[in-house]
Design a protein around this ligand. Structure first.
Ligand code: PLP
Length: 384
């Protein structure tokens, strides 16, 4: 769509048009494995690229294609490839960039399964990985070697909500001739578009905010045609294609992405303040709080809307109170994952952090629930 259209208009309309054969309004699910050719000549024209045509659903499906067009539009990218899960997007991208070896500089605070992939899997494919605190630009620069091919980070990190200075990292990446790859799952393109800050590749777990309703797994990689085309080949060879059903569900979810992110952000800001003011809480990590060390950088990432997303993490003063607190909450669901309409809460394994994916419920209900659950802890705090 035209970049003159607003983000919400593009969330609704980009990649969509009435079905050319039936007029169906809304992209149908093309739930089939293969695609027919009328003639040998049509097949030859498709093979030579003269007349585009779908061949086989692992390499392309009309429903998935519409979603890819929509997501590329929203991230401001030339191209996108949708994948079966977020991890398929992460692994295919890094396996492509590090084919035959090389070196990756990656943020030390990333989603646990991504970290396991960096630690356990990439080295098996001959690639070396150095983990750094990406907020320390000197450390990132020092970690870059002649073999380095890319810098990898999450814009707002999972689970500690560290903030990556994408503009500064992109300048450094350009100067050292390496790619900057950004996982934008926590913010979504409604709040931050890493390519506008100079990143080369953007990844999402579409399972989260892009879906918004927790019904499917999915991922996406966005970037220039030159970068996305070989990653799409890797996705196909690894068997990581997105299903038509997941794409169809996502096409619906993405239409309300900016509306949902407005509510998630407003609710998270209120809960972050409530938690920060409570004596039972030792620390709150929310980049929207002026006390957050990445607040100024975060403001640059999210722009003038000043919405900082729905994710926060916090720690209770008394680790023994985590169980009673979680059990006292009524509205949030004790479940892993994030980005759904309903609030999800999760104690991070091996850490004192509790990760909170703030939903779009009425804020008065969320505040009342958190207040009553924190009140359960008051005697323990008072007795300290
Ligand atoms: C930041 C981030 N990236 C990637 C992933 C992996 O996505 P998926 O679970 O869809 O494979 C997750 C999952 O939680 C995530 O939080």
């Amino acid at each position: 769509m035209s970049p003159r259209h607003g983000f919400t208009t593009r969330s609704v309309h980009a990649g969509e048009a009435p079905d050319p054969t039936t007029g169906a309004h809304g992209v149908p699910i093309y739930q089939n494995a293969t695609y027919a050719f009328h003639t040998y000549e049509q097949l030859e024209a498709a093979r030579s690229g003269l007349a585009p045509h779908f061949f086989y659903a692992r390499d392309g499906n009309p429903t998935v294609r519409c979603l890819e067009v929509k997501l590329a539009d929203l991230e401001g990218a030339q191209a996108a490839v949708a994948t079966a899960t977020g991890m398929a997007a992460v692994s295919a991208t890094l396996l492509h960039l590090l084919v035959g070896g090389g070196h990756l500089v990656a943020s030390a605070d990333v989603y646990a399964v991504t970290r396991a992939f960096l630690r356990d899997d990439l080295p098996c494919h001959g690639a070396a990985v150095t983990l750094v605190d990406v907020s320390d630009l000197a450390a990132v620069e020092e970690a870059i070697t002649p073999a380095t091919r890319a810098i990898y980070c999450e814009a707002f990190s999972n689970p500690a909500l560290r903030v990556a200075d994408l503009g500064a990292l992109a300048s450094l990446a350009r100067r050292r001739n390496v790619k900057l790859v950004v996982d934008n799952t926590f913010l979504s393109p409604a709040l931050c578009r890493p390519l506008e800050h100079g990143a080369d590749v953007v990844i999402h777990s579409a399972t989260k905010y892009l879906s918004g309703h927790g019904q499917i797994l999915g991922g996406v990689v966005c970037g220039s045609r030159d970068i996305v085309a070989p990653i799409a080949r890797t996705v196909s060879r690894l068997g990581g294609a997105m299903s038509a059903f997941a794409a169809w569900t996502l096409l619906a979810g993405v239409k309300t992405l900016p509306l949902r992110l407005r509510e998630h952000s407003a609710n998270a800001a209120r809960l972050a303040s409530l938690l920060a003011d409570d004596p039972a809480v030792a620390a709150v990590h929310y980049p929207g709080l002026p006390t957050h060390p990445g607040h100024e950088v975060a403001k640059r990432l999210v722009g003038k809307g000043e919405r900082f997303g729905g994710m926060l993490a916090f720690a209770l003063r008394d680790p023994a109170s985590v169980g009673p607190f979680l059990n006292a909450l009524r509205l949030p669901t004790l479940a892993v994952s994030l980005g759904e309409c309903g609030t999800l809460i999760w104690p991070v394994e091996g850490s004192d952090l509790i990760r909170l994916s703030v939903g779009i419920e009425d804020i008065a209900d969320l505040e009342a629930d958190f207040r009553q659950a924190l009140a359960v802890l008051q005697p323990a705090v008072a007795a300290d």
